[in-house]
Design a protein around this ligand. Sequence first.
Ligand SMILES: [Zn+2]
Length: 136
Amino acid sequence: MTTWKDLCMLRRLLPILGRCLRLQCPRCGQGRLFARAFTLFEHCPVCALSFEPEQGYYVGAIYLNYAATVVIATPGFLILDYWTDWSLTHQVLIWSAFAIGFPILCFRHSKSLWLSLDYFFTQSPRDGNRPNVTES
Ligand SMILES: [Zn+2]
């Protein structure tokens, strides 16, 4: 049974996941996460949310990336093995290339997903993770 609290959480989660897909800050949705292809900003350029709260923060993103690779490659191998008569050598070459290329392609989104999930589960929209930005 879906409760009102579940609907409120889903209502908060969906925009955060949308920002994750667009590689934008999970809090404000306006700041970009990456300065260059694989270089994160330290903070959101708009709301100053820390994108690197601690050293090793993105180890979880590596696990997400690895899990996605395995979840796709393992059934993919079995399906190709069942439906095609490709040799084991061809299969190994194909899935090795996939296992190398897929994590590189998903590197940015796995970091974005990790940051977004962390933001969703640990911070309220009205939290105080905003550093002082009073410059004059
Ligand atoms: Zn932001």
